[in-house]
Design a protein around this ligand. Structure first.
Ligand SMILES: *Cc1c(COP(=O)(O)O)cnc(C)c1O
Length: 502
């Protein structure tokens, strides 16, 4: 290294550098004293534990009763009045900032009456796993650097592969979420099909109007924005029509295009419907297309018998995305990509630096760094492994069955309500419905209805459009949601309809 290239003039301590490059002992003592603040004393550590524990307990004690949504009055702007400064403030004052400016307004995804978008989890056991992952500092990217952390991740991947019925030889990794995992899947499928830049204009992808927008986004990020996207017509119940798909592929082949990828949904975000996966798999196989399934919302329903039935054929996909931070009830930040044949991951994600040779090992375990976009990564396995070990799988299975039955229960109750028109019978745990007022434009009414619900905030539901019809969605997915919460939410809905009508 060329020491003369260091710009000493920019350092306050340049005067202490001696002519021969030595450093004064006093300087080091001073810097050590200051930098040792990074390692708290026993007293300070006790205080950090006690104060954060108290904060967390307070939060958990209230989470059932706080509103599902607090419309933003832009309170969080207050954060900016406490800028990042040279010296710190107390942990009490810091937690007060968190309480006042972050943990109040916006969505409270931990509420049992959070029924919007796709509810996320937040089981507390995961938080302890995260805590220990951060304390332990194990590096989960390469086997050699933490055999235990990597084995744990791979073990979880194999467990998920078993849950969905993938064969031996399947592999994958834990991602930060479904969007990244879908991107990774698109790139893997692209490499497997041998597509190069000059082929993209002719490459055709098949999905429906309900496919999650992150797949479009993935194609663009992958540089494939010029490829051809076919929105395959539906069967009248928001599922991809196999007949229409076959026709579309045949027509594209006949006109010299390169049909390449079918994206099926194992539970669309919009309506919760599941595409006919077995049929799509057959069509993909006979036409030599890659069959990817986005199961970010729905794939974990394979843990319960009611879900398994709906998800038939999911194990015939080439790749599959799951989101443990949705239907395995983990906190935000955990997705997963599974490959039916793990060998496809390497060519799409390979590459290593010269500085990594010491890390190679011949253990029969994939290193996530070689099969995924990340190098240094969060030790995600621990937040998933710890709850599964402590609780076992049974409560997860029960909770997923419960969500399916709660959605059916809500569907029946909605159907019996005056003026309510329900959408398709729920495949999984999302119910769509709308209120048809005696007079006036139904779309306008339902837009006002959802706005009023948001203003009230006790329950959170969202709206969407199916074709040109505005509908409301009730997505049952929080582990905290039980029958009383559905009853209460429907009562609030009923009341709000009356209110909007006035
Ligand atoms: C949520 C979701 C995604 C995106 O996953 P993120 O974890 O939010 O990045 C993709 N597909 C479906 C079906 C989803 O529900």
């Amino acid at each position: 290294m060329n020491h003369s290239s260091i710009d000493t003039a920019s350092l306050n301590y340049h005067h202490t550098l001696t002519a021969n490059g030595g450093v004064s002992v006093d300087l080091l003592a001073d810097l050590e004293k200051k930098s040792r603040l990074l390692e708290p004393s026993q007293d300070e550590l006790d205080k950090l534990f006690t104060k954060t524990e108290h904060y967390a307990r307070q939060h958990l004690a209230q989470v059932h009763d706080t509103p599902a949504y607090v419309k933003s009055g832009d309170r969080s702007i207050g954060l900016l009045s406490s800028p990042i400064t040279e010296t710190g403030i107390s942990i009490d004052d810091t937690l007060n900032l968190l309480h006042d400016y972050v943990d109040h307004e916006g969505l409270n995804s931990g509420s049992p009456r959070y029924l919007g978008y796709i509810p996320s989890g937040g089981i507390v056991h995961s938080a302890f796993g995260d805590f220990l992952a951060a304390i332990g500092g194990r590096y989960a990217g390469v086997f050699h650097s933490s055999p235990g952390a990597v084995r744990m991740e791979n073990m979880l991947v194999r467990w998920m592969a078993e849950v969905v019925g993938y064969p031996r030889g399947a592999g994958g990794y834990l991602a930060s979420g479904g969007s990244i995992a879908n991107l990774s899947a698109v790139i893997t499928a692209r490499e497997a099909h041998g597509l190069r830049g000059s082929d993209y204009d002719r490459a055709v992808i098949y999905m429906t109007a309900h496919t999650h927008h992150c797949v479009d986004k993935a194609l663009r990020i992958a540089g494939m924005g010029s490829s051809i996207l076919r929105r395959v017509p539906e069967d009248g119940r928001c599922r991809m029509s196999p007949e229409a798909l076959e026709k579309s592929i045949a027509a594209d082949k006949a006109s010299g295009l390169d049909p390449w990828l079918i994206v099926g949904s194992a539970g669309t975000t919009n309506t919760g419907t599941v595409d006919p996966l077995a049929d799509l798999a057959t069509i993909a196989r006979s036409n030599n297309l890659w069959f990817h399934v986005d199961g970010a919302y729905g794939a974990f329903f394979a843990l319960c018998p009611e879900g398994q039935e709906v998800l038939t054929g999911i194990n015939q996909s080439d790749s599959l995305v799951l989101d443990p931070h949705k239907t395995l009830f983990l906190p935000f930040g955990t997705g997963a990509l599974l490959m039916r044949d793990q060998e496809f991951l390497g060519p799409a994600h390979g590459g290593r630096g010269a500085y990594m040779v010491d890390m190679d090992s011949d253990a029969n375990e994939l290193s996530p760094a070689y099969v995924s976009p990340e190098l240094t990564k969060h030790f995600r396995g621990l937040r998933m492994w710890l709850p599964l070990k402590v609780l076992g799988v049974a409560p997860f299975r029960a909770a997923l069955s419960e969500k399916i039955y709660l959605a059916r229960y809500a569907y029946e109750r909605l159907k019996a309500m005056d003026g309510i028109q329900v959408g398709p019978y729920p495949d999984l745990s999302i119910v769509t419905y709308r209120y048809v007022p005696p007079q006036g434009d139904p779309n306008e009414f339902n837009r006002s209805l959802v706005k009023s619900l948001h203003e009230d905030g006790r329950v959170f539901m969202t709206s969407t459009q199916i074709g040109s019809t505005v509908v409301l969605r009730m997505a049952v997915g929080s582990f905290r949601t039980h029958r009383q919460d559905i009853d209460q939410s429907l009562d609030i809905l009923n009341h709000t309809i009356g209110h909007v009508q006035k």
